[in-house]
Structures are given as C-alpha cells and as structure tokens.
Design a protein around this ligand. Structure first.
Ligand code: HEC
Length: 170
C-alpha cells in the first residue's frame, strides 16, 4: 500500500508539473527550454519573437511589388546562406519549412531585425524597414516546400574511378 500511495503521489506530481509547464511564461519553462535547446530544431529562434512583434502587420501586405522587390533583396543578401530559392543552403536552413511559412509576418520581421547572431544568422536592422517587409512578403509568397531530401553530393558526371590503367607507366 505504501508504494501505491507513493505512485499516486508521483503521478499527481507529474501531472501538476505538466500543467504548470503548459502554462505560459512560467519560470519552470525557462529552465526546461535551456535543457532542450540542443535537441530542438533550427527554427527555435523565430519562436522567441515576443507577442508584440508577432502582432505587427506587414504594411506592404497588399503591395503587389513587394514580393518582386523582396526577391531581389533576397538574392543579394540571403541566398548565399539560404539558397537561391530559400530552400536551404550550406549555412542557413530552408525558409520554406512549415515553421517559417506558418509564422506570423511580424515574427519573420522580428528575426530579421534581431538576427540569431550566435547561430550564424546576421542582424538586418540596417536594412530600412520597408525592405525588411519586402523580404517578409517574398518569403511568405513561397509557400511550404518539403525539405531537400538529402544533402547529396552534386553529380559531376565524372566517374570517380581512376582511369583504366591497362597501360601503366614504366
Ligand atoms: C551568413 C549566413 C546567413 C545570411 C546571409 C542570412 N541568414 Fe538567415 N539564417 C542563417 C542561419 C545559420 C540561420 C539559423 C539560425 C538558427 O539556428 O536559429 C538562419 C535563420 C533564418 C531564419 C529563421 C529563424 C530561426 O528561427 O532560426 C529566417 C527567417 C532567416 N534566416 C531569414 C534570412 C533572410 C531574409 C536573410 C537575408 C536578409 C538571411 N536570413 C540572411 C544564416 C544566414
């Protein structure tokens, strides 16, 4: 019986812990967040955008030229890391993942403004705000695309085998 009581207590403890941590802004959360950062996806940073930043509307939402302008900016500034079509590159993750495509425009704007410098994502606060919103418009226009299957080594068309050595050097 004693062990049964202990079990009850333990599961109650687990449950309450679960409830507590599912509440927002708990101190507990911060502690567990820290433990989890290693195993979480590359998209945790955008999840840190504060409520106020997320709530911002894209002022260029209805501007048909914003997407085209954003594309040019993207090619100039972002493609080297995120790939020509934002599908992910050597240095930066795909921006066509659901985590980004489903994010609020304000959250994308926030990450551009603040970067994730320690993780290799530069700060773009020097770009004027309208340009940052153009980038947001462009990214949002892409839609979700499955991640690249694998980082396969590009096929060069050249067989890697050594040339036929039927006539060895003397
Ligand atoms: C020097 C390489 C580099 C450049 C240039 C760069 N990024 Fe990134 N970006 C990264 C890396 C690395 C990450 C992943 C950071 C992380 O681990 O959270 C990232 C992440 C992001 C994210 C997702 C945020 C998240 O949660 O990680 C967005 C959105 C993004 N970049 C947009 C852009 C845009 C738009 C530009 C051009 C203005 C740009 N990036 C330029 C390297 C780069």
């Amino acid at each position: 019986m004693k062990s049964c009581g202990a079990l009850m207590f333990f599961s109650a403890f687990l449950l309450s812990g679960f409830f507590l941590s599912s509440l927002r802004g708990q101190e507990r959360n911060k502690a567990t967040d820290k433990q989890n950062t290693k195993t979480e996806s590359v998209y945790v940073e955008i999840g840190k955008a504060p409520e106020k930043a997320r709530a911002r509307r894209n002022p260029l939402e209805k501007d048909p030229e914003a997407v085209a302008a954003g594309r040019i900016l993207f090619e100039q500034r972002c493609a080297e890391c995120h790939g020509d079509n934002a599908e992910g590159g050597k240095k930066g993750p795909s921006l066509r993942a659901a985590e980004i495509q489903n994010a609020e425009p304000g959250a994308i704007f926030w990450i551009l403004t603040n970067g994730a410098v320690r993780k290799g994502m530069p700060v773009w606060s020097k770009l004027p705000e309208p340009q940052r919103w153009q980038l947001v418009s462009y990214i949002k226009s892409l839609g979700i695309a499955a991640a690249k299957p694998e980082r396969s080594t590009p096929a060069t068309g050249e067989p890697t085998t050594v040339k036929d050595s039927s006539s060895p050097r003397r």
